[in-house]
Structures are given as C-alpha cells and as structure tokens.
Design a protein. Structure first.
Length: 508
C-alpha cells in the first residue's frame, strides 16, 4: 500500500486563504443562465422574480463568495444597455459564440444583481473590451455604483433602483488573446491602461480592476502586463491602473480536438486527467514568479477566473452548449486544485470554476424541475471551512505514493490544511484509481481534540449523480481516523476525498 506522511506545523501560520478562491462563473452559455439560474416569473418552478430558488438554496449552502458574469466569450459581444428596462422592450441578439441561439436579454444587469443579493455573493462583472467601447464600460460602472445625480444614475432610477450597488470586481476584457479580440499582448496592455483609467471609483465603491490575462503557460503575456505597472526588480509600489491579472487553465485528458467523454473513460484517461490537473501548480508558480520580478511585495493579485475540466459534450446535446456530466474524477480534479490554491494564497486572490450550472464542470445540473448536486459540488461544500481561514504549511513525504503516467510522474496523495476559529481542517485526496493510501498526519507545534472526518468516494471514478440517483456520489461520515504514536493516521480508499476537522490548540 502506498504510504505518505503529511507534516503540518500547527504553530506556523501561512497566508490567509481568501474565500474568493471558492468563486463561481455564470456565462450566457447553454442552460447556465436560462433554465439554470433564470426560469422567468411565470415558471411553475419556485422562483423569486424569475430566479430559480432551488439553485439559490443549493449555492448558499456553499457560502458562494462571488459570481462572475456575463462571460466568458459572451462578455465581449454583450452590450449592457440591451439588458435593462422593461423586458419586453429589450432588443434581441444572436449569441454567436455559443450555439448561434437568440438571446432575448431578459436576464440583464438588474436580474444579475438580484441574483447576487439572493446568493449573498459579491458580483464580478466582466466588461466588453472586444466589441465595446471605453465609454460603454465607464457608464456601466457609473450606472451600478454612483450615488447622487448623473445621467447613468437617472437611468438606473428610471429602471427602478434608487440606491447604487456595491460592485468591487471588474474584469477588463476576457481572453483578449482569443475570443475577446485576438489581440497581441502589447496592444491589449495599452487598452487595459485606457479602460482602467475610465472605470472610476464612485463614492466609497473602490474598484478592483482585473486585466484580462494569459492562457495556460503564456508567461510572456503576464510579463507584458506587469511591465505596464512597474519596472523589473523595482521596490516601488506598482501603478494602480489595474489591481490584478487573470489567467485561465482547463484540465483535459487528451488533445483539444478529442477531449474525451465525461463518463466513458478508462484508467489511462483517468491518470492523464490527474497529471493535467496537477499541472495547475506549475502554471500558477510560473505566473507568480514573473509577477514577483515586478511586484516583489505581492500587491497585485493573480486571479484564476476560469478553471475546471472540459470534456466532449454529452451525446445528443447542442455542441455549443457545453453540457457535460460530472463524475468522481471531476471532484478529485477540484479537490487537488484547492490544495494548490491554498499553497498559492499569498498571490492567488480569486478563482472561478467554469461553470456554476449545466455547463462544463458544474456545481448543479437541472432537468426541468429536478436539480442534481454534482460530485464537484460536494467538494466545495466539504471544503468551505477553508474560506478566509489561515493556511498551515504542509510538508508531504510521499515517495511511495507515485505512479508513472507516460513521461510524467503523478504524486497520488494531495493534502492541504488551515485553521479558523480554533478548528483545524485537513483536506486529503487519494488520486490512485486502484490502491488505497496510508497517510499519517504528523502534527507539530500543538495538539488536537477529537477528530471528525467525512469522505467522498464511490465504487469507481466514473460514478456520477442523476435525477434518478442523486446521491450516488455524496459525502458520508468516515470513521477511519485512528491514533498512532506518530499522530492521527487514516487509510484513504482509492479515488477518494476526505476532510478531517478537529479542535486545535497551539503549544505555548
């Protein structure tokens, strides 16, 4: 049996794990918005002003911290004034990116803000740089966040909202290297400065501007944006055109043109997926290293505002709707990502899984009035205690927990830990599809009380939930934590995710 030792220093605090690392993403794509979040006021499905209430209830249980909208690629063909005012008078458009379907604009700015209020989540708005204008985005900021009197304030009040909203997070473009305009890094860097200049703070609403960043390991893009705000090796504070850069990374098991099935995969596909998921650590390290050269004090944030698995669409569904099932394999991709996010919490300030409902690696799948919580949903729920917690350093000795996958070596045990309100939370994943793993928690600098554990697993990695079998993959109590001379120990079943929670005191 593979063995590993996780040395956790209870008395050495790491960086705070921002709750925004558990953020979400909702694009006008397939059935994410229409049929997912929005069913309309006349729907027999229980709703509040057209917003689906079972979806809201399920996401509130995750303490969803933020929601990115309206895209994605859709953001750069979306003109926000088409989505305000009486719904029957809103102009229609064609969603050219996702299925070529007609968009009626019934879900717009006011509906999105109402959704965020119901969720208790902060809005993260992605502005249109690809086909929009500086004035358009500047006026959107004014419409949402300005008080007093101005043209956009009067327009907002005409549409029924007297008080401004608080909207901190603004994305300056999306994938401007691709669907957001096919721009060169140097060209977009100038645009980012220009757009950021006219996206102004109104009153006490201080904007956190996030410049459209790189794909995967395009470190040159990140360096180009960082050069706009500081010089190489400078100790001076960076210029404040934008406060963060984004990066996108998707986990695939094969080439882009043949991504494979979400449910019909073999063991080799599974291990290739885990190697791809583990690569996120290298990607974040690379971008962080470039940023450190221009911002050694780490005042500029890194935002992974699109991440997750991407498979071929389910047979019989619209290929432009990106609907895929969600298995235990997807859940383990998520659990592994969160361990990496926690280690990068000094630079990584936000992450948004793609996407929340019915698209790609979704939390929830809807089918008429049925709602299914996916295995990935349960990872978010089991891990919610890490939100705004203090990370604890974990040193993993796992020489025996490795597998050769092609030319790569996969470390099959992943661990992270944090402390909050006097409680220790340890998350552990066994990525081995076939073998259990023995893990000892070598806790130093303090002690813990009685530990309680939960497990997410199934008989095979292909297991998933459906309206007929909604709890085929669901968390349950795990009684496998035992005391040893070296510390708490547990045997992780193959392809499993476990959380261990215990009261904690630090040695004096």
């Amino acid at each position: 049996m593979p063995t590993a030792t996780a040395i956790i220093n209870l008395d050495i605090e790491g960086p705070r794990i921002s709750r925004h690392l558990y953020g979400h993403f909702a694009e006008h794509l397939g059935r994410c918005v229409y049929g997912g979040f929005w069913v309309g006021e006349d729907s027999p499905i229980p709703n509040a002003g057209g917003i689906r209430l079972d979806v809201v209830e399920a996401l509130r249980a995750l303490r969803i911290p933020n929601l990115r909208w309206p895209g994605g690629c859709f953001a750069d063909e979306y003109h926000w004034k088409d989505g305000i005012g009486p719904r029957e008078e809103r102009p229609r458009m064609v969603n050219t990116h996702w299925g070529g379907v007609e968009e009626n604009n019934h879900f717009g700015t006011h509906e999105f803000m109402a959704l965020c209020e119901l969720l208790g989540a902060e809005p993260y708005i992605s502005g249109n740089v690809g086909s929009g204008t500086v004035r358009e985005m500047s006026e959107w900021v004014e419409y949402l966040t300005r008080d007093g009197d101005s043209p956009m304030v009067r327009l907002r009040k005409e549409n029924g909202r007297e008080e401004p909203w608080r909207v901190r997070f603004w994305g300056i473009g999306n994938e401007t290297w691709g669907c957001g305009g096919n721009m060169r890094a140097e060209y977009f860097a100038d645009l980012a400065r220009q757009y950021a200049t006219y996206c102004r703070d109104h009153g006490d609403n201080k904007l956190y501007r996030i410049a459209s960043g790189a794909s995967d390991e395009d470190y040159q893009w990140t360096e180009t944006l960082m050069r706009q705000i500081n010089c190489f090796g400078c100790e001076a504070a960076p210029r404040t055109y934008y406060q963060a850069l984004s990066v996108h990374y998707y986990t695939l098991a094969g080439p882009w043109e043949a991504k494979g099935s979400a449910t019909d995969f073999d063991t080799d596909d599974y291990y290739r997926t885990m190697v791809s998921a583990r690569r996120i650590d290298r990607v974040l390290t690379g971008h962080s290293t470039v940023m450190d050269c221009y911002d050694p004090r780490r005042t500029v944030g890194l935002v992974l505002d699109e991440w997750g698995t991407w498979w071929d669409v389910e047979p019989g569904t619209n290929p432009g709707f990106l609907f895929q099932q969600n298995t235990l394999r997807d859940a383990l991709v998520a659990s592994t990502h969160f361990d990496v996010f926690h280690r990068h919490a000094a630079r990584l300030v936000m992450a948004n899984i793609a996407q929340t409902v019915n698209v790609l690696q979704a939390m929830l799948l809807t089918d008429g009035d049925a709602l299914v919580r996916t295995p990935t949903y349960h990872v978010f729920e089991m891990n919610k205690g890490h939100q705004d917690a203090t990370s604890l350093p974990v040193h993993l000795r796992a020489d025996g927990a490795r597998r050769r996958v092609g030319e790569a070596e996969l470390e099959t045990v992943s661990v992270s830990a944090s402390v909050k309100d006097g409680a220790l939370l340890v998350s552990l994943s066994n990525l081995d599809a076939e073998e259990p793993a023995e893990v000892v928690l070598d806790l130093r600098g303090g002690r813990i009380g009685e530990a309680r554990a939960r497990i997410l697993t199934a008989d095979k990695p292909q297991a998933h939930n459906t309206p007929q079998t909604p709890e085929a993959v669901a968390p349950r109590a795990f009684d496998g934590v035992r005391r040893t001379d070296r510390g708490p120990a547990l045997t992780l079943p193959p392809h499993s995710f476990v959380t261990v929670r215990a009261p904690m005191t630090v040695a004096s």
